[in-house]
Design a binder for this molecule. Structure first.
Ligand code: ADE
Length: 252
């Protein structure tokens, strides 16, 4: 069996920076405007990289992880806008299925269908979903989260009792900041929990190369008129810490 090599992709440079600190025997490799950090986390071989934003950036980075660094699984950690109205800032979505909400080949094929794959949704690897859900639940337990993020910061973002949900995630090259767009998405894709800009691209690459994957998204905003206000401060103060703890838990 191939040796386990875990690719860890982050959606923000700050998040990757914190995860890079977990690497032992660290080496750096720059290629195609990305820096790949190689080493071990808890004795497991890992490659950590900031993918840049959007589906193309995510797909090229995931492909490099597979072909150049031989990763056997990819964990993507980042933030997302809430589509399900029951999600609050600070909650975490662990991917079940990924779909590209901006993929529309009609009338040649049904809306959302990935050309030539003949499917709309790509399912995350069930074993990784399980391990990740346990790690996220452990992080969100009262006491653990408070030990990692200062109470005044949690209060600033109204994070009281954050929850983990497993569900579907929609990706596309668009930042959602209008209620009407969010509602339109939900009408067409009623099972979607949150939106982001990379996950389904990573899913497609992993599907095509037979690599395991999971996407983890911390809710940073409500994907409506308030989303741009919530976003930068949340990344700086909260999601970095979540990512580090989740990676430690998954590779523990
Ligand atoms: N990532 C975080 N928030 C987002 C939003 N509102 N739209 C798309 N991607 C996001």
């Amino acid at each position: 069996m191939a040796e386990r090599v875990v690719g860890i992709m982050g959606a923000m440079p700050e998040e990757v920076g914190e995860v890079v600190h977990l690497l032992t025997d660290k080496q750096e490799f720059s290629m195609g405007m990305r820096t790949y950090y190689l080493g071990k986390i808890n004795g497991v071989k890992a490659v950590v990289v900031f993918s840049r934003w959007g589906k193309v950036a995510a797909a090229t980075t995931a492909t490099a992880l597979v072909l150049k660094f031989g990763v056997t699984e990819i964990i993507f950690t980042g933030v997302a806008g809430a589509i399900n109205s029951e999600l609050s800032i600070g909650d975490v979505v662990v991917s079940q299925r990924l779909i590209q909400h901006d993929l529309d080949g009609r009338p040649l094929m049904p809306r959302y269908e990935v050309p030539l794959l003949g499917i709309k949704y790509i399912e995350a690897t069930s074993e990784l979903q399980k391990v990740t859900s346990s790690a996220v639940s452990a992080l969100l337990e009262k006491g653990h989260l408070q030990a990692v993020i200062a109470p005044e910061v949690l209060k600033q973002f109204g994070i009281e009792d954050p929850k983990m949900v497993q569900g579907d995630i929609a990706s596309g090259d668009k930042f959602f900041s209008k209620t009407e767009e969010k509602e339109a998405l939900l009408e067409n894709l009623p099972t979607i929990q949150c939106v982001e800009m990379e996950g389904a691209a990573v899913a497609q690459v992993c599907y095509e190369y037979g690599v395991s994957f999971v996407i983890i998204r911390t809710i940073s905003d409500t994907a409506d008129e308030k989303s741009h206000i919530d976003f930068p401060a949340f990344i700086e103060k909260v999601s970095n810490k979540y990512s580090v703890e989740m990676v430690k838990g998954i590779l523990g």
